[in-house]
Design a protein around this ligand. Structure first.
Ligand SMILES: NC(=O)c1ccc[n+]([C@@H]2O[C@H](COP(=O)([O-])OP(=O)(O)OC[C@H]3O[C@@H](n4cnc5c(N)ncnc54)[C@H](O)[C@@H]3O)[C@@H](O)[C@H]2O)c1
Length: 313
C-alpha cells in the first residue's frame, strides 16, 4: 500500500511515517520545512525514514504544489499544518489560513482528481474551545476559542463537504495534546524538560491548574492506523488518552522522572488557551478498537531521553 504523509518531517508525521514503513507500506513524505521551529530538528526527525528504501521525501509546499507525487489508490495522511494556539493571532493568522485551510482545500481537490483510496486529516481538540461539558464528545457543538482552532474546524468542514458532495472518503481525527519524543519546541513538555536540563526558568501561562488530556504520540499513531482500517468515512473521532491531568501535576512528574528540580515563572494565561480538555474516546474504541496504552510517566521518560540527546550534543 502507498501512503502520502504530509507534514512528514514534523513531530507526529515523522512517527507515523516510521510506523507505516515498519508495516511494509511505501511512504511518500511531503514537507516544506517551515521555520516555525528549527528545520534542523525536522531533518533529525526524518533521519531513520530517509535511510529506508521504501521512503521518499518531497520538499514541496502544499499551497503551491502541482501534486504530481499523488497517485490513484493512495492513502493520504494530511498532517501538514501551521500548529500552535498562541501564535495564531494578529498578522501570523495568514500562515494559518494558508497552511491549514488553503493547503487542505488544494490537497482535497487533487485527491479527488487522482482518485485516492482514503483521506485522513489531523484535526485538533482546539475545535471544542471552552466547553462546559466533559468529557468532550464528537457530537457536541464545536466552538473554537483560538484562530488556530477556527482553521482546524474549517478544514474538517472541507473534508465533510468533499465527502458529501463527491463521496471522497475521509475522516477527521481530533488529536489531544500530543507528547513524547520529537515534541515541538513550542509545546509545554518540551519547554519544561529543556528548562530542567539547562536550569533555566520554565514559563507557565496562567497558574498551572489548566487541565489537559495528554496523549502519547505512539497512541496517536495507533489511532491513525486504526482509523484507516475501521473508521466510518465522513466521521470525526477524538484521539485522546481519556485521562485528565493538570499542568502542575505533569510538571511534578517531570521533576520525579528526571530527579531534578524545575524553576517556574508565572505569566498571564495566553489568549486562546482553554481551561480544560478531556476526550471521550468511546467512538474510536467502538469503531476501530482504539485503546491508548502509554502512561504519562513512561512518555515523559522517553521525551526526557530525547531532549537530552537533542540538546546535549
Ligand atoms: N502536537 C499536538 O499536540 C497536536 C494536537 C492536535 C492536532 N495536531 C495536528 O497534528 C498535525 C501535526 O502536528 P505536529 O505537532 O507534528 O506539528 P509540526 O509542526 O511538528 O509538523 C507539521 C509539519 O507540516 C509542515 N508544513 C506546514 N505547512 C506546510 C505546507 N504548506 N506544505 C508542506 N508542509 C507543510 C511543517 O514544515 C511541519 O514539519 C498538525 O496538523 C497539527 O495541527 C497536533
Amino acid at each position: 500500500m502507498r501512503a502520502v504523509v504530509t507534514g512528514a518531517a514534523g513531530f507526529i508525521g515523522s512517527h507515523l511515517c516510521q510506523r507505516l514503513l515498519s508495516m511494509g507500506w511505501e511512504v511518500v513524505g511531503v514537507d516544506c520545512f517551515r521555520d516555525y521551529y528549527s528545520p534542523e530538528i525536522k531533518r533529525k526527525n526524518l533521519r531513520t525514514c530517509l535511510s529506508h528504501p521504501s521512503f521518499s521525501l518531497i520538499g514541496e509546499d502544499l499551497v503551491a504544489s502541482n501534486f504530481s507525487f499523488l497517485k490513484g489508490g493512495d492513502y493520504v495522511f494530511h498532517l501538514a499544518a501551521q500548529p500552535g494556539v498562541r501564535k495564531s493571532w494578529g498578522k501570523e493568522f495568514n500562515y494559518y489560513l494558508q497552511d491549514n485551510i488553503l493547503a487542505t482545500q488544494r490537497l482535497l481537490e487533487a485527491s479527488l482528481e487522482k482518485g485516492i483510496s482514503f483521506f485522513v486529516f489531523a484535526s485538533s481538540s482546539s475545535v471544542y474551545g471552552n466547553s462546559p461539558n466533559f468529557p468532550l464528545r464528537e457530537d457536541s457543538r464545536p466552538l473554537p476559542f483560538s484562530p488556530y482552532g477556527v482553521t482546524k474546524l474549517a478544514a474538517e468542514n472541507l473534508l465533510r463537504l468533499y465527502y458529501e458532495n463527491f463521496s471522497l472518503p475521509s475522516v477527521s481525527l481530533r488529536f489531544f495534546t500530543v507528547f513524547g519524543p520529537r515534541q515541538r519546541p513550542d509545546m509545554a513538555f518540551h519547554r519544561a524538560l529543556k528548562a530542567i536540563l539547562t536550569g533555566e526558568e520554565f514559563t507557565v501561562y496562567g497558574d498551572g491548574s489548566q487541565i489537559r488530556d495528554f496523549t502519547h504520540v505512539e497512541d496517536i499513531v495507533d489511532g491513525v492506523i486504526g482509523a484507516v482500517e475501521g473508521a466510518r468515512a465522513g466521521e470525526v473521532y477524538n484521539l485522546g488518552s481519556g485521562r485528565e491531568v493538570s499542568l502542575r501535576d505533569a510538571l511534578s512528574i517531570m521533576e520525579r522522572v528526571t530527579g531534578r528540580p524545575l524553576k517556574l515563572k508565572f505569566v498571564e494565561a495566553a489568549k486562546g488557551d482553554v481551561r480544560k480538555t478531556l476526550a471521550d474516546i468511546t467512538r474510536a474504541r467502538k469503531d476501530f478498537g482504539y485503546r491508548p496504552r502509554k502512561t504519562l510517566e513512561e512518555g515523559i521518560e522517553q521525551e526526557w531521553y530525547w531532549i537530552k540527546s537533542l540538546y546535549s550534543g
